[in-house]
Design a protein around this ligand. Sequence first.
Ligand code: DGP
Ligand code: NA
Ligand code: NA
Length: 210
Amino acid sequence: VSGCNSESRGALVVLEGLDRSGKTSQSSRLLTYLEGLGHSVELWRFPDRSTNVGQMISSYLSNKSQLDDHTIHLLFSANRWEKRSLMETKLKTGTTLIVDRYSYSGVAFSSAKGLGDEWCKAPEIGLLAPDLVFYLDIQPEKAAERGGYGDEKYERLEFQRKVSQCYQVLHDASWKIVDACQPIEDIEKQLQELVLECVMACQKGKPLAN
Ligand code: DGP
Ligand code: NA
Ligand code: NA
């Protein structure tokens, strides 16, 4: 692997966790932090509800439409696939992406319904691999206490317990598990330290993987 500047690229940084784990506010804090240091950086989230596929997902989540479990699984995956080439372009031209949920959500939420792990993982094969995944670790009961859930499909304690168990088997070498019950500023500091290392490694030419 060459370390020359032409290989310099942005980092793919993913935040994962249960609903109400604090991903969304930590994602925007990370964005502000990296922007402040002069990095080119964007905040993305999945599902991306702005696309046609995203609107089908949104309608499903708000109980306005019903879909077979396999069908909605493939739509979530398709929603990531439709952004793949733009994602690759951004990363290769030096923009770091902070992504609020990614393939791990896809597998955790569908296997929590009882779909097989391997079947759930299959449509994610070939998507870009994150350089770093922050898992905001919180007990489902604690998450449920946080200002309550909204009305969306998966925002029920019993289901979130299953999702939590499914996340436990997905951890890989790219994961950093962060205690999401710490004060918000403490979590922010931990993410800042870990993200910089990752951004530097990508600038130095760490290869982008599938
Ligand atoms: P959010 O916009 O992050 O609140 O996500 C909406 C809901 O959809 C949330 O309960 C998590 C769930 N979700 C996110 N990604 C996926 C996925 O790929 N598959 C499934 N089944 N659920 C997902
Ligand atoms: Na949600
Ligand atoms: Na969120």
